[in-house]
Design a protein around this ligand. Structure first.
Ligand SMILES: Cc1cc2nc3c(=O)[nH]c(=O)nc-3n(C[C@H](O)[C@H](O)[C@H](O)COP(=O)(O)OP(=O)(O)OC[C@H]3O[C@@H](n4cnc5c(N)ncnc54)[C@H](O)[C@@H]3O)c2cc1C
Length: 379
């Protein structure tokens, strides 16, 4: 039950965005830039975002060499190049918008450890560099085998090392803090603990039903447009969406004195990733060990994958080094039949920007920009 005052002043918005992840926050900023007098509201079901944006590894990555070569076997060359370009543009937008200091961006480079299974792909690096040259100018991938020993990795796994000159790492917490601060500074309203239960489009407006657990009530808000930035959870609002959840497992060590590497690292076609942050090692991945279980929106640990991460940390990344695991967590990504995100008008008043895969840090700002352009064109 609304009061008169609530009904008058809190029930009508120009643009409602569902989801306060990277995409939702970036879209809110884009919309306020385009429509400075509009009311923009973000509805987020969690106290904090509850998907991937505050739970990822902070890789501002374009894709490892073997991942891109693998993509070329299943996807058209144009699509692979297009996705690389979108990630590059998104990262540039994020860095320009917030500034490297505020997001803790470090251009220490990206590296891929090449094991026996991928070794044969090394002779295709020139081909890949040539394909990407219009975007990167200089060759994006180059051998860096001489650094394997310096970094202290187990030579028994890492037969080669490839450096990707386009990649960097950022501090996910700082980035999300900065995006949230900027959205607030831009006059965006953010309501947390506000789960959108459904919406109905009419010719003049969209009615949005929001659950208020404290009042044990459902609110009906009205808006001109609604944008679903709900990534892995989109099917609860759009059941036909081509979105499959994929859980990601992560652990972080206590600080390790004398840690030998900086930068971001991938191996096994991007299924595993690790980096240095604050003198610690953050390590995640292993979804490919148990695809079935990890196809879930349940944010929980998978003990088998966590044990595998610990074992690989001990034998591949930190052989002979003592370490202690400080924290473990999981987050939920969104995948589908292709790697491209879905960014489109679903109808005149309903828009979607979701399915960011394992790439939303770089891709999220570009997806938000593109959906904002579509909304603007349709107004
Ligand atoms: C473990 C892990 C590691 C990763 N590492 C990287 C990495 O290093 N680099 C990289 O680029 N990407 C990485 N990713 C992926 C990246 O984090 C995502 O692509 C990105 O965060 C997606 O952002 P988003 O805003 O689309 O979705 P999300 O951050 O998932 O936000 C969607 C939001 O919508 C909200 N929501 C959903 N339904 C409703 C509803 N009905 N009502 C209200 N709110 C709702 C959710 O609560 C959620 O907060 C990783 C992901 C995980 C899980």
């Amino acid at each position: 039950m609304f009061s008169y005052w609530e009904q008058q002043s809190f029930a009508h918005y120009n643009h409602i965005i569902v989801g306060a992840g990277i995409v939702g926050l970036s879209l809110a900023i884009e919309l306020r830039e385009r429509f400075p007098h509009s009311r923009v509201l973000i509805l987020e079901r969690g106290l904090l975002p509850v998907g991937a944006s505050t739970r990822n590894a902070g890789f501002a990555c374009m894709g490892s060499a073997t991942e891109l070569l693998d993509d070329l076997t299943t996807t058209s060359t144009d699509e692979v190049i297009g996705l690389f370009a979108a990630r590059k543009k998104g990262l540039e937008k994020l860095r320009n918008r917030l500034g490297d200091d505020r997001i803790g961006y470090k251009a220490d480079g990206g590296f891929e450890l090449i094991g026996d299974r991928e070794y044969h792909l090394l002779n295709r690096l020139d081909e890949l560099n040539e394909l990407l040259k219009p975007l990167t100018g200089a060759p994006a991938f180059k051998p860096a085998n001489d650094r394997i020993a310096d970094f202290g990795f187990a030579g028994t796994y890492a037969r080669a090392l490839i450096e990707n000159t386009c990649e960097g790492g950022l501090h996910t917490g700082k980035m999300m803090r900065a995006l949230t601060d900027m959205a607030i500074q831009y006059g965006v309203e953010i309501k947390t603990g506000a789960e959108v239960m459904g919406f109905e489009e009419a010719p003049a407006a969209v009615s949005v039903t929001v659950k208020d657990p404290f009042r044990k009530a459902e609110w009906l808000l009205q808006c001109d447009t609604i944008s679903l930035c709900t990534n892995a959870f989109t099917r609860s609002l759009l059941p036909a969406a081509d979105v499959v959840p994929g859980r990601g497992q992560v652990l972080i060590t206590a600080p390790i004195p004398g840690l030998k590497f900086r930068g971001i690292f991938h191996f096994d076609k991007g299924y595993y990733y690790f980096r240095e942050i604050d003198g610690r090692v953050l390590f995640g991945g292993g979804r490919n060990l148990d695809f079935e279980t990890e196809r879930t929106t349940d944010i929980a640990l998978n003990s088998m994958i966590q044990a595998d991460l610990e074992e690989k940390l001990r034998t591949i990344i930190l052989p002979g080094t003592e370490f202690r695991i400080d924290q473990r967590w999981a987050g939920i990504m969104a995948f589908g039949t292709t790697k491209n995100p879905i960014v489109k008008a679903i109808s005149h008043r309903v828009y979607g920007a979701f399915r960011m895969g394992g790439m939303g840090v770089a891709l999220g700002s570009d997806a938000a920009y593109r959906i904002a352009c579509i909304i603007q064109e349709n107004q």
